[in-house]
Design a protein around this ligand. Structure first.
Ligand SMILES: O=c1ccn([C@@H]2O[C@H](COP(=O)(O)OP(=O)(O)O[C@H]3O[C@H](CO)[C@@H](O)[C@H](O)[C@H]3O)[C@@H](O)[C@H]2O)c(=O)[nH]1
Length: 463
């Protein structure tokens, strides 16, 4: 299956920063092992690939495929857009493979691209699922689409959904289930597409998860049992490597404050004294959430960096109500707080010794970046599988403190202010635990279990 210069691999990203970033980090690791990689991206996501392209100019090849044209009126849902993309890309990829002199021997694609299983099958190739989410979150997602739990009382958003087969038998109220599941009706085209797309993952050849054994052993074993094979590899945390020239600073867009200025600001702060606040690449706060947070930052007196996302094409605010920073706030907190509008250099900020805590929406990349950096996490999940991630951080790993839950549980500002202060206290037990996990997370990618899994994965591919 391999050539002297390594295997040719096709990596197909799902167009969302939280999905693309870790898959590109995996791509980087595979390239460093001597493989040739073609990465499928949309034109709008090409900038995310640029740093990697300059690092591996001869072995990395972008395959830029067009986005489907936006119909009028616009797509009714994200799933409709996903279907339109599949319909457009499937034949383009098939042609591309047939006309390539030395086509890829495997397709690695995001779990939201289950349909690529059929493409791979038609081409006689293995398809590997890439999970940018952790094994616990993926277990919930897989279980949902396979078992299809129903809300017996559609009015009751607190209806309890049981997951008895998943380790620790989690239970989630209906409102905490992923939007894709709870908001589409059985039998609708969206629902059918999602279901097929998810179930196609079960039929795929292998699974690579952005996690590590020491963090999620029982869930990784569970996934292997559910899939019915042992081709499950945990290769995380996928992060830009410390010694690489590929910075994380601008990969997602522009920022109101240059990275160097943020670092200089942090340089002048004591160790573990700053709270970093960010809700990922797509989530915006609504007015009530923003008011509470701003007021808590005001009352707490803590030093902080607050990254604020505005509304753009990709935002997934909980409704059209988007909270804004009130006039005068930035002036009031000058010297103690930095407000970054746009894209923050998150990995660099979290790695700085001055940062001690992270108020996060618990997107999986943020979770891993926080753990690796050894900061205490204040959890405020907003959607997707983030409630499962928060549960893991707080109840199982003991490195997180519950702060809020979406719009359903918005904390009182005085309570949030207290938690902000607590999160940077040296006496919190979460601080000791997260330092231990941080050491473990660095060990696994420096010759430990994740390096071994990646080696084994490559060995199985090229056997
Ligand atoms: O200003 C910013 C904002 C984000 N990031 C980076 O962007 C990524 C964000 O990823 P994540 O924390 O996982 O959040 P989302 O963007 O919300 O990720 C989506 O994808 C994840 C992976 O599947 C899921 O866990 C989440 O629930 C889903 O919302 C991370 O690498 C961050 O470091 C920055 O560098 N600067």
């Amino acid at each position: 299956m391999s050539t002297a210069t390594g295997a040719h691999i096709l990596v197909y990203t799902y167009p969302a920063s939280g999905h693309i970033i870790p898959l590109l980090d995996l791509t980087h690791r595979l390239l460093r092992r001597g493989h040739t990689i073609t990465v499928v991206v949309l034109p709008t996501d090409l900038p995310l690939l640029q740093p990697l392209l300059s690092f591996h100019p001869s072995s990395l090849h972008p395959l830029v495929l067009p986005a489907p044209e936006r119909p009028t009126p616009s797509w009714k849902s994200r799933m409709a857009k996903d279907q339109a993309r599949r319909d457009l890309h499937y034949p383009l990829l098939l042609n591309w493979f047939h006309s390539h002199l030395s086509p890829p021997i495997v397709i690695i694609s995001d779990f939201f691209l289950g349909w690529t299983h059929h493409l791979a099958k038609q081409l006689g190739l293995p398809r590997v699922i890439f999970s940018p989410s952790g094994a616990s979150g993926l277990s919930v997602l897989f279980s949902l689409w396979r078992d299809l739990p129903k809300n017996e009382d559609p009015e009751d958003m607190n209806f309890q959904v049981l997951f008895p087969r998943i380790p620790n038998s989690p239970v989630y109220p209906w409102w905490q289930l992923p939007h894709r599941y709870k908001n589409s009706k059985e039998g609708d085209p969206d629902w059918q597409f999602n279901k097929n797309n998810m179930l196609d993952n079960f039929a795929s050849w292998g699974l690579v998860v952005n996690s590590f054994t020491e963090l999620e052993r029982v869930y990784l074993e569970h996934l292997s049992t559910e899939l019915g094979h042992d081709r499950v590899w945990a290769v995380g945390p996928l992060l830009p490597l410390e010694d690489d020239a590929i910075g994380s600073s601008n990969r997602g867009g522009s920022s109101s404050i240059p990275c160097e200025q943020v670092m200089t600001w942090l340089d002048s702060r004591p160790d573990s004294s700053v709270v970093y606040v960010c809700f990922g690449s797509r989530t915006t706060l609504n007015t009530k959430q923003m008011d509470v947070l701003v007021s808590a930052l005001d009352q707490s007196g803590v030093q902080f960096i607050f990254c604020v996302r505005g509304s753009d094409d990709r935002h997934v605010g909980l409704d059209d109500d988007i909270g804004v920073i009130p006039d005068g706030f930035e002036g009031r907190v000058e010297g103690r707080g930095l407000v970054i509008k746009g894209w923050a250099p998150q990995v660099a900020i979290l790695r700085h010794r001055a940062v001690g805590a992270f108020l996060t929406h618990c997107g999986w990349n943020s979770v891993l970046e926080g753990i690796t950096a050894g900061v205490v996490m204040l959890t405020w999940p907003m959607g997707a599988e983030q409630f499962a991630n928060a549960k893991l951080l707080v109840d199982e790993l003991g490195v997180g403190i519950r702060a809020g839950e979406s719009v359903e549980n918005i904390p009182e500002s005085s309570e949030l202010a207290r938690l902000l202060v607590e999160s940077v206290s040296v006496t919190r037990p979460e601080r000791v635990r997260v330092k231990g996990l941080s050491d473990a997370s660095l060990g696994v990618i420096k010759g430990g279990s994740s390096d071994k899994d990646l080696d084994e994965f490559v060995e199985r591919l090229t056997r």
